[in-house]
Write a protein that binds this ligand. Structure first.
Ligand code: G1P
Length: 291
């Protein structure tokens, strides 16, 4: 029987320290690229990939995320009374994106631990994980590309890209070989979280997009703290390799690390230039900007 992907998990309980002071009282997932919070880009990507149930792993001080995806009756009534139909549609569409459930990660014990918080809500079916910091700009949304690949191989798949030199130390790293039949699919032999550059088995980094089979929960329950003293998702996926095949997926598109100040700034400029209403004016202004 083929397994279908319906659920997407968003770990969003982190403190966002890389983005202080902006994230002192505002969840980093609510920082806006042009006019949309980071988490909404991710949720829209999951919905475009066919997911109908979204599970957000949240924590203290993160309630604005829940308000954002909730229906805002006051706002809708006010826009309707003023006949602002286009704005009303924007406000309404956010709360209609998908069924969203929130569950808390009480302590920041690592990405593996965050994903484990979704165990009951996911149940016994394969599911996606999207890290909201990683924004992927692609003609076919990244997770949709990965779901299509999953439909072929019915195994766990990790979004992957080649990074330069020592940058690999900031990522999970794959020891893998592309399949002759589909070079975007990388057969994984091994993986290591945040290796020293000289110990990295390749330059193939894991990015914040995963499709995982439900056995991952048992694997997370079995691992010990790894890199940085945290329960690492990478270590749990490595354990999964003893039971199942795991693939990397060399997606088509451009990733922005929007959890990093410079990465966020670059993404803002690119998304600003592409924005249907603002792009042309922003382009004009940028051209006249004295660099
Ligand atoms: C996490 C994962 C890492 C992955 C990265 C992608 O690390 O642990 O394997 O490569 O996301 O963004 P973090 O960025 O949370 O340190």
């Amino acid at each position: 029987m083929t397994m279908k992907i319906r659920k997407a998990v968003f770990p969003a309980a982190g403190m966002g320290t890389r983005f202080l002071p902006a994230t002192k009282a505002t969840p980093k997932e609510m920082l806006c690229l042009v006019d949309k919070p980071l988490i909404q880009y991710g949720v829209e990507e999951a919905v475009a990939a066919g997911c109908t149930e979204i599970i957000i792993i949240t924590g203290r001080g993160k309630t604005t995320m829940e308000d954002h995806f909730d229906k805002s009756s006051e706002l809708e009534a006010s826009l309707a009374a003023k006949n602002k139909t286009a704005l009303l549609e924007i406000a309404r569409s956010v709360s209609k994106l998908a069924k969203i459930t929130y569950t808390r990660q009480p302590e920041a014990l690592g990405l593996g631990h965050a994903v484990l918080m979704a165990k009951e809500l996911v149940g016994n079916e394969p599911f996606c994980v999207l890290l909201p910091d990683d924004i992927v700009d692609a003609k076919t949304p990244c997770m949709k590309q990965m779901v299509e690949a999953f439909n072929e191989v019915q195994s766990s798949i990790l979004g992957s890209e080649v990074v330069e030199g020592a940058a690999i130390s900031a990522y999970g790293c794959l020891d893998c070989t592309p399949l002759a039949s589909n070079p975007r699919l990388l057969e994984v032999r091994d993986m290591v979280e945040k290796p020293k550059p000289e110990e990295a088995p390749s330059q193939n980094a894991i990015i914040g997009r995963y499709i995982l089979t439900p056995r991952i929960f048992e694997m997370i329950e079995g691992i010990k703290p790894g890199a940085g003293g945290e329960l690492q998702l990478t270590d749990a996926i490595k354990a999964l390799l003893h039971y199942e095949k795991v693939y990397g997926y060399s997606y088509e598109g451009k990733r922005h690390d929007a959890g990093d100040k410079l990465g966020f700034l670059k993404a803002t400029v690119e998304f600003g230039l592409k924005h249907p209403q603002l792009g042309a004016g922003f382009h004009e202004w940028l051209k006249s900007f004295p660099l």
